[in-house]
Write a protein that binds this ligand. Structure first.
Ligand SMILES: [Zn+2]
Length: 388
């Protein structure tokens, strides 16, 4: 794979909350990995990119997506959505379950849920649409799974399981607790559908009490997907628990503002993950992640570099995946972007702060240039990175 040197970067967002903005203007990439970040790097590389002073951020990681079959989404009977998301800066998608498969009985029985997870995982292991990393095969937890099933998903490389259809009246029998234990002991993260019933009509309602019993790693769409739990329960989860919490485009905007107030009070920025919860009834939103960052930056007044971390490094860390960081030794997944002509913003981060969408010039995944010049999904940025 050709090496790549990017120079003349304006702002560089790392995706790491501990040090979100790095004083550097160059990135050197070799074999798909970031080898060096610094000022004025002048190493020889097979390909050279002049960023023309625009901003670099890690590739966006959608914390909550619903892939089904390749780039086809049965939810809206549409094709090519993953490539379109990539043009919106998304370089990785984390599946919250492949529950849109046409004809899938809902809730699935244990054998069906397990088979679906394994088949989907194997398929996306073999298929990276436009280079996008699709972390699929998320096991939908239903009664009747065995510890052997958890061995099987662990062996297949599945790293996430999800409570959504599980009948919580069964909690006293201890099965759900065992699932969480079996997952944890295999390095698998546990997510829960929170709030009211979703489009399927058969997801289970979960608020403070249920999530406190399950003790998941991540509360899916805590601000609604589309219906949130009661506001006071959401605030109690931030204040009294330490789970990661997702804000999704499918949710309730008033609750997103309330969540951020609670997060600020607790200084719990590291626990916030941004996702879209699409494709689904909310639609297909290629610019969804960018819009969510802009909303949190401008309306909820989260610093834009911190909001970017919520859509990148925070998501990778919460899911135990090596994605979302612009740092040495990590995969070279990144986006070069800038203000759009006519925007009053100064640059990409200022665009977010002012609530404007930035324009994408370049998307790189594993060191490979996937979008060059300009994105097909954002308006063109005022300046674009050039290849030499
Ligand atoms: Zn969902």
């Amino acid at each position: 794979m050709p090496s790549l040197l990017i120079t003349n970067i304006g702002a560089l967002v790392t995706g790491d909350l501990k040090n979100p903005l790095r004083q550097a203007d160059s990135i050197y990439i070799e074999n798909g990995t970031i080898r060096e970040i610094g000022k004025g790097l002048s190493r020889k590389a097979d390909r050279m990119i002049d960023a023309q002073g625009i901003t670099a951020i890690p590739g966006l990681v959608d914390s909550h997506s619903h892939p089904s079959i390749g780039e086809y989404t049965p939810a809206q009977n549409s094709l090519s959505w993953i490539t379109n998301y990539m043009h919106g800066g998304v370089t990785a998608l984390i599946s919250a379950g492949e529950l849109h498969l046409p004809g899938l009985p809902l809730p699935p029985d244990a054998r069906t849920a397990l088979s679906l997870a394994i088949v989907t995982k194997r398929c996306y292991d073999n298929l990276r649409p436009s280079g996008v990393k699709v972390f699929a095969g998320t096991l939908l937890l239903v009664p009747g799974l065995t510890e052997k099933d958890f061995d099987e998903i662990a062996a297949a490389g599945i790293r996430l399981v999800k409570f959504i259809f599980y009948d919580y009246s069964l909690l006293p029998n201890g099965e759900a607790e065992r699932y969480v234990r079996w997952a944890r002991s295999r390095g698998i993260k546990v997510k829960i559908h929170s709030g009211g019933v979703s489009r399927s009509g058969v997801s289970q309602v979960a608020g403070f009490e249920i999530v406190s019993k399950i003790q998941p790693d991540i509360i899916g769409h805590i601000t609604g997907g589309p219906i949130p739990m009661p506001e006071e329960e959401m605030i109690r989860i931030v204040a009294e628990r330490d789970y990661c919490v997702e804000i999704c485009s499918s949710g309730n905007y008033r609750m997103a503002l309330s969540l951020i107030r609670a997060v600020k009070a607790k200084n719990a920025y590291h626990r916030v993950l941004i996702g879209t919860d699409t494709p689904g009834g909310t639609g297909i939103i290629p610019r969804g992640m960018l819009r969510e960052i802009a909303f949190l930056s401008s309306v909820a007044e989260v610093k834009p570099d911190i909001a970017v971390c919520m859509a990148t490094g925070n998501v990778g860390r919460a899911h135990g995946l090596d994605i979302g960081l612009l740092e040495e030794g990590h995969p070279a997944d990144l986006v070069l972007l800038h203000k759009i002509t006519g925007s009053v913003a100064k640059d990409a981060l200022d665009s977010f702060a002012k609530g404007d969408l930035p324009g994408i010039s370049m998307v790189i995944i594993d060191g490979e240039i996937r979008v060059a010049g300009r994105s097909q999904q954002t308006p063109p940025p005022e300046r674009v990175a050039s290849q030499k």
